[in-house]
Design a protein around this ligand. Sequence first.
Ligand code: SAM
Length: 266
Amino acid sequence: MSKQHLGHTARKRFGQNFLHDNYVIDQIVTAIGPQKDQHMVEIGPGLGALTEPVCELVDALTVIELDRDLAARLRTHPFIASKLTIVEADALKYDFSQLLSDDKPLRIFGNLPYNISTPLMFHLFSFANKVQDMHFMLQKEVVNRLAASPGNKSYGRLSVMAQYHCQIIPVLQVPPGAFNPPPKVDSAVVRLVPHQKKPVTLINEDTLHTVCAQAFNQRRKTIRNSLKESVSEKQLIDLDINPELRAENLSLEQYAKIANAVDSLT
Ligand code: SAM
């Protein structure tokens, strides 16, 4: 299939794979369920595949687009330009709390550029308490990682951090043919709903990050070894956690216990 779509040449460096399957687009918009009066925010509107149908349901929509040409096209869009607030920015660096002037929690969605999806998830988690929900099209593998339970081969740092911040609900799978140009991987849509009350209490969230990074960077090792810079074997035993376990066997609760123990010691 050509890299041209609606007169625009898809830019690989911006992860541009444009949705063109109306059935899939309808399913995504239905899953999002935009309502008037909600503060909807789209990341990477591109040529408007999701933006246009969402604009039919709401009076206003904020979009964040890095590609200058695409932002310019949206500014002169014949039907929806008047409803859009266009932010020309890198979503990875954008301070989403700037959008909270009307005090409404954000409903964020997008068919995300796959090359930045994991760091973007981490960036968005830092705004979780200002967000009502998020719906994203991602590489299927990333959705599997977000939703994975301990013991699953997809379970990793992203699973622990995502599940600390949000409830994760896979919504639908999308084949490469729904996009132009088609990506080389399968895709899926996921709903992330930030917890009103976090499932575990942490002294310091950053410590959970650090402990997970240490454990999963050496995921084949026992935690006795991979976490030895943070906790001793005796401390693990005192926490009722078997030091023979590997990173992928520990639950969020167990990671939280270790992180809090590290913070109590320092
Ligand atoms: N929403 C459109 C669709 O579904 O057809 C486009 C999706 S395309 C996969 C990703 C979009 O994100 C592109 O429009 C791209 O220019 C934009 N983008 C890429 N990197 C970005 C970033 N760091 N911040 C904001 N937008 C970005």
